[in-house]
Ligand binder design. Structure first.
Ligand code: ZN
Length: 218
């Protein structure tokens, strides 16, 4: 009996992963984190979608993440940057977030006898977040195995896909409408197509347009 744990946020990428997991594993469980993100609406969306997918969602609070450093996703006093003239990562970067999420997910997984962990990180639309890179995931996988003496496999089904290919995957998994209408990727916490102007919305909406174009031409 294969079991998997999905690191879940209620966004486009992790929702696509949730449905990918349901197709590839017998039992799927999800884990989400409240880390003081600006929009608790993300967690509400996550709960709603997980319920529809029939996947039990476990939500844990890790407030410390926003206490130890500042970024525009957790600090409502900070403006969300829309471009980065000097090629540094935008101030929406939450340093260490994926490492912490995956570490807590691994502890939870071992406690529940789950070897497979799924995360929606990817480096195709690389925005300068170092902990979304394949190199980091492979390294952390090894570290987690050593730290807990357990055989984890971290799956990253979206690692090499751009946004348009992620839309395609959601569509093939029968989750297109749920992803389009209910997920939240917008930095301002607006569901679906979002505000349309933040970097996250632009990336998501451009991907959708490209996917629909290629679908209609194919
Ligand atoms: Zn937006």
């Amino acid at each position: 009996m294969s079991k998997a744990l999905v690191v879940y946020s209620g966004g486009q990428d992790s929702t696509t992963c949730l449905f990918w997991a349901k197709k590839n594993f017998n039992t799927v469980v999800a884990i989400a984190f409240n880390y003081g993100q600006r929009h608790v609406s993300e967690l509400t969306a996550a709960k709603q979608i997980a319920d529809q997918a029939g996947v039990p969602l476990n939500v844990f609070s890790i407030d410390l993440l926003s206490a130890v450093s500042h970024n525009s996703l957790t600090d409502s006093q900070m403006e969300v940057e829309t471009d980065q003239p000097d090629h540094r990562p935008p101030n929406t970067l939450v340093e260490g977030r994926n490492m912490l999420f995956l570490t807590y997910a691994a502890i939870f997984a071992k406690a529940n006898g789950i070897n497979n962990i799924i995360t929606g990180v990817g480096q195709a639309d690389y925005s300068g977040y170092p902990d979304c890179r394949n190199e980091f995931i492979l390294s952390l996988n090894q570290t987690l195995n050593l730290s807990m003496d357990f055989e984890y496999t971290i799956h990253t089904p979206l690692m090499w896909l751009d946004k348009s290919e992620i839309w395609k995957m959601a569509d093939e998994l029968g989750a297109f409408e749920i992803v389009r209408d209910q997920t939240i990727t917008c930095y301002h916490g607006i569901p679906g197509a979002g505000c349309g102007v933040c970097p996250s919305c632009k990336l998501r909406n451009r991907g959708l347009i490209n996917y629909l174009k290629s679908k209609n031409n194919g």
